[in-house]
Design a protein around this ligand. Sequence first.
Ligand SMILES: [Zn+2]
Length: 181
Amino acid sequence: MIRHYTEIYRQETLSRFSMEFAGFRSAVMTELRFSTTAHYTSDGLMMIKQENGQAVVQTASGSAVELVFHLIERVEIKQMGPFSGGTITLSGDDEENIRATVVFDGLMVICERLFYRHRPEWQPGRFSRLRGEIPTPEAIEAYLQDDDWRECSECAEAWFDPEEFSYCPECGSLTQLYVDG
Ligand SMILES: [Zn+2]
Protein backbone atom coordinates (compact mmCIF):
# COMPACT_ATOMS: atom_id res chain seq x y z
CA MET A 1 0.00 0.00 0.00
CA ILE A 2 1.31 3.44 -0.86
CA ARG A 3 2.12 5.62 2.09
CA HIS A 4 0.22 8.89 2.71
CA TYR A 5 -2.72 7.89 0.47
CA THR A 6 -6.14 6.71 1.68
CA GLU A 7 -8.36 4.52 -0.44
CA ILE A 8 -12.06 5.35 -0.77
CA TYR A 9 -13.60 1.90 -1.07
CA ARG A 10 -16.39 1.86 1.49
CA GLN A 11 -19.14 4.25 2.56
CA GLU A 12 -17.26 4.87 5.82
CA THR A 13 -14.17 6.19 4.03
CA LEU A 14 -16.36 8.19 1.68
CA SER A 15 -18.20 9.74 4.65
CA ARG A 16 -14.91 10.55 6.35
CA PHE A 17 -13.61 12.12 3.12
CA SER A 18 -16.80 14.21 2.79
CA MET A 19 -16.41 15.45 6.36
CA GLU A 20 -12.70 16.24 5.97
CA PHE A 21 -13.27 18.09 2.70
CA ALA A 22 -16.63 19.70 3.31
CA GLY A 23 -15.94 22.14 0.47
CA PHE A 24 -15.48 19.37 -2.12
CA ARG A 25 -18.91 20.02 -3.65
CA SER A 26 -17.89 23.57 -4.53
CA ALA A 27 -14.24 22.76 -5.27
CA VAL A 28 -12.36 23.32 -8.52
CA MET A 29 -10.10 20.80 -10.22
CA THR A 30 -6.96 22.71 -11.19
CA GLU A 31 -4.89 19.86 -12.66
CA LEU A 32 -5.69 16.56 -14.30
CA ARG A 33 -3.51 14.00 -16.06
CA PHE A 34 -3.75 10.43 -17.28
CA SER A 35 -1.25 7.74 -18.15
CA THR A 36 -1.45 4.45 -20.00
CA THR A 37 1.04 1.73 -19.21
CA ALA A 38 1.74 -0.10 -22.44
CA HIS A 39 4.33 -2.48 -23.85
CA TYR A 40 4.98 -4.27 -27.16
CA THR A 41 4.72 -8.03 -27.41
CA SER A 42 7.31 -10.05 -29.37
CA ASP A 43 5.01 -10.03 -32.41
CA GLY A 44 4.70 -6.26 -32.35
CA LEU A 45 1.28 -5.85 -30.78
CA MET A 46 0.86 -3.08 -28.27
CA MET A 47 -0.64 -4.31 -25.01
CA ILE A 48 -2.21 -1.72 -22.76
CA LYS A 49 -1.91 -2.76 -19.16
CA GLN A 50 -3.64 -0.11 -17.14
CA GLU A 51 -4.85 3.42 -17.27
CA ASN A 52 -4.39 5.67 -14.30
CA GLY A 53 -4.92 9.30 -13.52
CA GLN A 54 -4.23 12.01 -11.00
CA ALA A 55 -5.87 15.33 -10.17
CA VAL A 56 -5.48 18.32 -7.89
CA VAL A 57 -8.68 19.73 -6.39
CA GLN A 58 -8.73 23.09 -4.61
CA THR A 59 -11.52 23.55 -2.11
CA ALA A 60 -13.08 26.90 -1.27
CA SER A 61 -11.75 26.67 2.29
CA GLY A 62 -8.20 26.87 0.92
CA SER A 63 -7.15 23.27 1.33
CA ALA A 64 -6.17 21.06 -1.57
CA VAL A 65 -6.70 17.36 -2.09
CA GLU A 66 -4.93 15.07 -4.55
CA LEU A 67 -6.97 12.32 -6.19
CA VAL A 68 -5.47 9.18 -7.76
CA PHE A 69 -7.59 7.17 -10.21
CA HIS A 70 -6.44 3.56 -10.57
CA LEU A 71 -7.62 1.21 -13.34
CA ILE A 72 -9.85 3.71 -15.10
CA GLU A 73 -12.86 2.26 -16.88
CA ARG A 74 -14.28 5.38 -18.44
CA VAL A 75 -13.55 9.08 -18.79
CA GLU A 76 -15.99 11.61 -20.21
CA ILE A 77 -14.96 15.19 -20.80
CA LYS A 78 -17.86 17.24 -22.12
CA GLN A 79 -16.12 20.59 -22.17
CA MET A 80 -12.83 22.04 -21.11
CA GLY A 81 -12.61 23.26 -17.53
CA PRO A 82 -12.80 24.77 -15.10
CA PHE A 83 -14.17 21.56 -13.66
CA SER A 84 -16.01 22.51 -10.50
CA GLY A 85 -18.44 21.03 -8.01
CA GLY A 86 -17.06 17.61 -7.13
CA THR A 87 -19.03 14.56 -6.06
CA ILE A 88 -17.86 10.99 -5.44
CA THR A 89 -20.13 7.97 -5.43
CA LEU A 90 -19.39 4.28 -4.91
CA SER A 91 -21.26 1.52 -6.70
CA GLY A 92 -21.04 -2.26 -6.65
CA ASP A 93 -22.45 -4.78 -4.25
CA ASP A 94 -19.33 -6.29 -2.75
CA GLU A 95 -15.80 -5.07 -2.17
CA GLU A 96 -14.49 -6.95 -5.21
CA ASN A 97 -16.70 -5.06 -7.63
CA ILE A 98 -16.54 -1.56 -6.25
CA ARG A 99 -16.41 1.27 -8.75
CA ALA A 100 -15.77 4.87 -7.78
CA THR A 101 -17.34 7.59 -9.88
CA VAL A 102 -15.93 11.10 -9.64
CA VAL A 103 -18.07 13.80 -11.23
CA PHE A 104 -17.34 17.48 -11.78
CA ASP A 105 -19.15 19.86 -14.14
CA GLY A 106 -18.20 18.58 -17.60
CA LEU A 107 -16.08 15.69 -16.36
CA MET A 108 -16.68 12.12 -15.20
CA VAL A 109 -14.10 9.48 -14.26
CA ILE A 110 -15.05 5.91 -13.34
CA CYS A 111 -12.28 3.79 -11.86
CA GLU A 112 -11.82 0.56 -9.93
CA ARG A 113 -9.83 2.14 -7.13
CA LEU A 114 -9.75 5.73 -5.90
CA PHE A 115 -7.22 7.24 -3.48
CA TYR A 116 -6.84 10.66 -1.92
CA ARG A 117 -4.18 12.61 -0.08
CA HIS A 118 -4.57 15.85 1.83
CA ARG A 119 -2.28 18.52 0.39
CA PRO A 120 -2.52 21.48 2.81
CA GLU A 121 0.65 23.05 1.39
CA TRP A 122 -0.68 23.14 -2.19
CA GLN A 123 -2.07 26.64 -2.54
CA PRO A 124 -3.46 27.69 -5.92
CA GLY A 125 -0.72 29.04 -8.18
CA ARG A 126 0.65 29.16 -11.68
CA PHE A 127 2.97 26.18 -11.58
CA SER A 128 2.13 22.51 -11.82
CA ARG A 129 1.93 20.46 -8.63
CA LEU A 130 1.86 17.08 -10.35
CA ARG A 131 5.26 15.69 -11.25
CA GLY A 132 7.03 12.36 -11.33
CA GLU A 133 5.09 9.19 -12.10
CA ILE A 134 1.42 8.73 -11.24
CA PRO A 135 1.12 6.75 -7.97
CA THR A 136 -0.34 3.24 -8.04
CA PRO A 137 -1.17 0.94 -5.10
CA GLU A 138 1.55 -1.49 -6.21
CA ALA A 139 4.34 1.02 -5.50
CA ILE A 140 7.16 -0.30 -3.34
CA GLU A 141 9.56 1.65 -1.17
CA ALA A 142 12.74 3.23 -2.48
CA TYR A 143 15.43 3.85 0.13
CA LEU A 144 17.12 7.23 0.09
CA GLN A 145 20.89 6.87 -0.06
CA ASP A 146 23.45 9.28 1.39
CA ASP A 147 24.24 10.73 -2.03
CA ASP A 148 20.51 11.41 -2.66
CA TRP A 149 20.25 8.53 -5.11
CA ARG A 150 17.40 6.08 -4.50
CA GLU A 151 17.64 2.30 -4.09
CA CYS A 152 14.91 -0.08 -5.22
CA SER A 153 13.72 -2.30 -2.35
CA GLU A 154 12.95 -5.09 -4.83
CA CYS A 155 16.23 -5.44 -6.74
CA ALA A 156 18.68 -3.00 -5.05
CA GLU A 157 19.26 -1.01 -8.26
CA ALA A 158 20.21 2.60 -7.50
CA TRP A 159 19.40 5.63 -9.67
CA PHE A 160 18.90 9.35 -9.31
CA ASP A 161 15.37 10.73 -9.36
CA PRO A 162 14.30 13.15 -6.63
CA GLU A 163 10.57 12.77 -7.39
CA GLU A 164 8.46 10.80 -4.93
CA PHE A 165 7.37 8.20 -7.51
CA SER A 166 9.82 6.76 -10.06
CA TYR A 167 10.07 3.50 -12.03
CA CYS A 168 13.09 1.32 -11.31
CA PRO A 169 15.19 1.16 -14.50
CA GLU A 170 16.26 -2.41 -13.67
CA CYS A 171 13.13 -4.34 -12.55
CA GLY A 172 10.41 -1.93 -13.65
CA SER A 173 8.78 -1.61 -10.21
CA LEU A 174 7.17 1.69 -9.35
CA THR A 175 8.98 3.00 -6.26
CA GLN A 176 7.98 5.60 -3.68
CA LEU A 177 10.47 7.66 -1.73
CA TYR A 178 9.08 8.05 1.76
CA VAL A 179 9.21 11.81 2.17
CA ASP A 180 7.81 13.89 5.07
CA GLY A 181 8.03 11.02 7.53
ZN1 LIG B 1 14.11 -2.61 -8.97
